[in-house]
Design a protein around this ligand. Sequence first.
Ligand SMILES: C[S@@+](CC[C@H](N)C(=O)[O-])C[C@H]1O[C@@H](n2cnc3c(N)ncnc32)[C@H](O)[C@@H]1O
Length: 220
Amino acid sequence: MEKIRLTPRLLAVGKMIPPGAKVADVGTDHAYLPVWLRQEGICERVIASDIAPGPLDSARASARRCEVDGIDFRLCPGLEGILPGEADTVVLAGMSGETMAGILADAEWDWTGKRLILQPMTKRAELLAWLYEHGLHVREERLVEERHRLYWVLCAEKGREPMPRPACLWAGFTETEYARRLRRQLERSLAGQRKAREPDPAEVRRTEELLEDMKDAYGW
Ligand SMILES: C[S@@+](CC[C@H](N)C(=O)[O-])C[C@H]1O[C@@H](n2cnc3c(N)ncnc32)[C@H](O)[C@@H]1O
């Protein structure tokens, strides 16, 4: 029997899932996470869904290869084929933050008592802004490195909290390597913008303001 070994990014997602959780892994692709959750005995049943048939075939193949049962495969966009009562933990991993916000918006679920585990590949700020605008907030965030790239893993839940400052939306609630890398990137981009023949003043101002807010937030 093959044993699934998750890479650091998906392992960080898996470690945020408490034993006994009723998980829906939306956009599961190869279903590595659901198979791992079953092999580790963390969940009795897991819903593994995907918008496309190809990934769902791969998901079924992983479960067969690993001789794992208890995975419920669903072909559907977002949460469309999943009832709110079927999951207390919704995982969205490996997609853009924008796609994730779209999936959550379309679902119109009541998030009371639910946990969202989110691993955006891009557009962290847009995803967080959507969460706070819709009565959700980030309870925990972790940063994980895989092959020199940094990934966020967030746990969000219901509860209205003030919109975080721009630095926190973009670069994390505490100072991390992610924030330091983003600072270098923004400084390079600002230098480039200032040298441009026709700099976009709005773009320059936005970058300057974000850098200022990061300096204030992280005490640089
Ligand atoms: C890059 S894979 C990520 C797989 C896995 N979750 C991970 O983090 O490694 C993204 C998957 O999300 C699926 N996907 C994209 N948009 C989706 C949507 N709106 N609803 C469900 N699945 C979606 C794609 O078909 C693809 O299989």
